[in-house]
Design a protein around this ligand. Structure first.
Ligand SMILES: [Zn+2]
Length: 425
């Protein structure tokens, strides 16, 4: 049985009696017990927000390949990271993103295709009345967590600039991910981890000294030996060679963590794509490595030094505008009307947020060969997206599909969608 930590709006009208049980003292940070090991640093977002929660369509160069609610979630997590994400820019409300100064960084894995289980490290939303609650985190955390936002009760805003009305996704994400990493609430006003917010919650985007003391108490203060990335250059395409410049790399056994292109709603979708046993040169300051031909996509990259489990082994996140199979951007929203159809049933395939008036291909594989996709082995349909970058068509599930699982995605003009798992009865 999972417990939940709720985050409410600090209005006397909206705060229900259930909140009176929340521990809050004038003391500083609290912890909920447990910590995230290096295998639990991933976090993903199942983006089922609509409207103003996804109206930012401008990609920031320090945060490649993500916009809308996903970008807000990503930045909300990256604020806890050991060091600044890239040059730290991309949020006009704070001087830099990435302020944790602890042996801890989240690993942004991008999209998920569902809400996942309570240990799958996925942020999603849910409908219904919240009784004054904005969002909650399911704990304990050590084997994973799940965060839910109340979608229908609030006017969620993705920013990225000032949020003057509604509730700020990034600020609330930063708070909830503070629970995910092991913090409880604090009595120090102005901190991200206060139990209530007033206004939009935008100030919660920026962690404060009490929050930093909290994350350091769990994971230790930032070690000077932690690898750090200052730049990534080269050919950022499948098979290309990149040069990673930084400090603290292992002589012979670095691991490069890339975002996997497996986008499912289970824990296995959180596994990073890894390039193992990569040496460094120039006194541990430079890595030259070939990118795999498939299985990864762009967004962020980390370097993990050698083996082991200490948080000081994993670098902070660094922007990585690379492209995996099919473009690797996951910027297209793909859905199927019924993901557990019967053979012979007609189902509808829909996508939006794709490039307009461009040829599309819907591809499928009957195995995800986890953690990497095998070469896609079929095409469902080709066509052309409409003037707003959407497509929709129906197909009858063939009888030969009975009892099989398929993985499907849409590819348009070098971009690809989330992957949808189809389980045919
Ligand atoms: Zn909370």
């Amino acid at each position: 049985m999972k417990n939940v930590l709720r985050f409410g709006l600090g209005s006397a009208i909206l705060v229900g009696s259930t909140f009176l049980a929340m521990p809050e003292t004038a003391e500083g940070f609290t912890t909920i017990g447990g910590s995230l090991n290096l295998g639990q640093r991933d976090f993903r977002h199942f983006n089922d927000f609509t409207g103003a929660a996804n109206n930012n369509t401008v990609i920031h160069p320090n945060w490649p390949q993500y916009t809308g609610a996903e970008l807000a979630m990503w930045k909300g997590g990256a604020e806890w990271n050991s060091r600044s994400h890239g040059d730290g820019s991309g949020d006009s409300s704070q001087s830099l993103v990435g302020s944790g100064d602890a042996d801890f960084s989240f690993f942004w894995e991008g999209d998920a295709s569902g809400i996942g289980g309570s240990n799958d490290n996925i942020i999603s939303s849910l409908g219904g009345s919240s009784g004054g609650v904005l969002a909650y985190t399911e704990t304990p955390i050590s084997t994973g967590w799940r965060i839910r936002f109340y979608r229908d009760s609030w006017s969620w805003q993705d920013g990225p600039g000032t949020v003057s009305s509604g509730i700020d996704i990034q600020g609330v994400a930063c708070h909830e991910l503070g629970h995910a990493l092991g913090l409880g609430h604090t009595g120090v006003s102005g901190s991200t981890m206060t139990a209530y917010i007033s206004g939009s919650g935008q100030p919660q985007r920026s962690i404060q000294s009490d929050d930093i003391a909290g994350v350091q108490s769990i994971y230790g203060a930032l070690s000077s030996s932690m690898p750090s990335i200052s730049s990534i250059t080269g050919s950022m395409v499948p098979g290309g060679t990149i040069t990673i410049t930084g400090t603290g790399f292992s002589t012979s056994t670095n691991r490069i963590w890339l975002q996997s292109d497996v986008v499912n709603g289970a824990n296995s979708g959180g596994d990073h794509a890894t390039i193992p046993d990569v040496p460094s040169t120039n006194g541990g300051t430079q890595i030259s490595v070939a990118l795999p031909a498939s299985g990864w996509e762009g967004g962020a990259l980390h370097v993990k030094r050698s083996t082991g489990s200490g948080g000081e082994l994993l670098s902070e996140s660094h922007p990585f505008d690379g492209g995996g199979v099919g473009g690797g951007n996951d910027t297209i929203n793909f859905s199927i009307s019924d993901t557990t159809p019967n053979a012979g049933q007609t189902i509808t395939f829909s996508a939006d947020s794709a490039p307009a008036n461009q040829p599309y291909t819907v591809v499928w594989a009957n195995s995800d060969n986890s953690p990497f996709f095998a070469t896609f082995n079929g095409t469902v349909r080709t066509g052309t997206t409409d003037g707003v970058g959407a497509l929709s068509f129906s197909r009858t599930v063939p009888n030969a599909g009975a009892g099989r699982t398929f993985y499907m995605e849409v590819q348009v003009a070098g971009e690809d969608s989330n992957t949808v798992q189809l389980n045919v009865n």
